[in-house]
Design a protein around this ligand. Structure first.
Ligand code: FMN
Length: 462
């Protein structure tokens, strides 16, 4: 990817004109997408359970409109936005945005009602005051608001947690091309959300989080202005530009907030309990709830882990499919003890399962093999999993040959070296994250009682 493009003030204005002229966009549409991008970028970095109180300061123009839209989306994302919109624009678009926020009971505060010192009442402050068309010096009441934002600069290095400033497209008071020209220092945002494409001043941005939003740039614009912009991931409305400057692994921690998970909530049968949590994970739209880490141990007792997909479970155990000559398979034949681990992030849940594995009957592997897409069947034949390959082209070559061979749609035989394993569990642990690290951990272990095997449930210290 070529280096990212930055726009001059004139180019930014021209692009807006082309978008809203020959390319058929309305200002409402662009504003909606811009505001949604800002809210999405905020939600990516500032989680609502820690940063719920958001002040959105809106200027009189389009930048302020983006702020109003962002406030609405933030509300729907679970935040508690408060809006300061001192110079209202009497156009239907803007009055509509205000009405929409009113219907959500989002409070509007006047400049006088805002605290003089922003440091304690808010977790995030959205600076949607001035955009790329602004020139000159901020006038009242915005000069004062910008000052209150500037006075947070020194705080951020000393206070344990001062509000994070998020600037929409341009940090207010900065020069659109030159950056911060204030001799005493202007706003130093923590996050900048550039819209459409970053403006030249964004090169001077030194905060930890720079995002791009406004996922609407069509090829005619990108080609005309030679724009190089990063691709947006999946369906996301924003994309991080540059590095994650604040990446401090040691400081990464979430305070989990989940319903309590108590002994009298759990089902007596761990498979049924697993089924319940697995359904919850699927409902919570975990992308691959059946992805799990499989840990095996070699004959010297050295462990190794890798992700695999769970392909079925019932009272007989947990089934996965793989190559019987792979490293994991070699380790499993030396030592059948293995463990499975699931982590379902949106639910703050982890499940550990331990037991022994054995191969599933051949007919079961056959049936599953033929249920897979033909491409995957051929891939399984081509890959002598875990062996050294001299180059990717060899895999492609073998794949194409087999594709031709079976182009007539005939049955692709399952290779001997491919099939399933079933893990018969002897121990489960269901883990539910809770605030202050006081997590719930309920363990099921198989015990003998009066000649019968029963699951004993115990709570473990977190
Ligand atoms: C999400 C995910 C799912 C995977 N599912 C499987 C699977 O079901 N079976 C498999 O053999 N490999 C799967 N893999 C690839 C394995 O992680 C691993 O690379 C491969 O099985 C070789 O491991 P080994 O050399 O330790 O035997 C998956 C990888 C990921 C990231």
């Amino acid at each position: 990817m070529a280096e990212i493009s930055y726009l001059t003030q004139r180019e930014a204005a021209e692009i807006d004109e082309v978008l809203m002229g020959p390319l058929g966009f309305s200002v409402d549409q662009l504003m909606e997408l811009a505001g949604l991008s800002v809210a999405s970028a905020i939600a990516e970095v500032y989680k609502s359970n820690e940063y719920s109180r958001i002040l959105v300061i809106c200027g009189p123009g389009n930048n302020g409109g983006d702020g109003l839209v962002a406030a609405r989306h933030l509300y729907h994302f679970g935040y508690e936005p408060v809006v300061c919109y001192p110079k209202r624009t009497p156009k239907t678009l803007y009055t509509g945005l205000v009405t929409q926020l009113g219907a959500l009971s989002v409070p509007f505060l006047s400049v006088e009602e805002l605290p003089q010192d922003f440091s304690t009442d808010f977790d995030v402050i959205v600076d949607a005051i001035f955009g790329f068309s602004f020139q000159g010096k901020p006038r009242p009441p915005f000069d004062d608001l910008v000052h209150r934002l500037i006075s947070l600069n020194n705080l951020s290095s000393t206070a344990e947690k001062s509000p994070a400033i998020v600037s929409v497209d341009i940090p207010s008071g900065w020069h659109v091309e030159e950056g911060d020209l204030d001799s005493e220092g202007g706003i130093k945002p923590h996050m900048l959300v550039s819209l459409t494409a970053p403006k030249l001043c964004a090169k001077k941005f030194t905060g930890p989080h720079h995002f791009l939003g406004g996922r609407f740039v069509p090829p005619p614009i990108a080609n005309k202005y030679g724009l190089h912009l990063p691709p947006y991931p999946g369906t996301s409305m924003c994309v991080r530009i540059g590095e994650h400057l604040a990446l401090d692994v040691s400081a990464m921690r979430q305070n989990y907030i989940s319903p309590e998970f108590l002994e009298d909530h759990v089902l007596a049968d761990p498979i049924e309990q697993f089924r319940k949590w697995f359904n919850d994970a699927a409902t919570a739209q975990v992308r691959e709830p059946n992805a799990m880490a499989l840990t095996t141990v070699d004959k010297e007792g050295k462990p190794s882990s890798r992700m695999v997909l769970l392909k079925g479970f019932d009272e007989n155990g947990f089934v996965l499919y793989t190559n019987y000559e792979s490293r994991k398979a070699r380790e499993l034949s030396a030592n059948p003890n293995a463990s499975l681990l699931f982590y379902w992030d949106p639910l703050n849940r982890q499940v550990r399962i331990e037991g022994t594995v054995e191969r599933v009957p051949k007919e079961e592997s056959e049936a599953y093999f033929h249920s897979r897409p033909r491409g995957s069947q051929i891939g399984a034949i081509v890959s002598r999993q875990s062996s050294v390959v001299a180059g990717r082209h060899l895999l492609h070559q073998a794949y194409t040959e087999l594709q031709d061979k079976y182009a007539d749609g005939s049955l692709i035989p399952k290779p001997e070296y491919w099939g399933g394993y079933r893990l018969t569990p002897t121990r489960f642990e269901f883990w539910q994250g809770q605030p202050s690290r006081l997590h719930d951990r309920l363990q099921y272990s198989l015990r003998e009682a009066e000649g019968k095997r029963v699951w004993q449930i115990e709570r473990l210290a977190p």
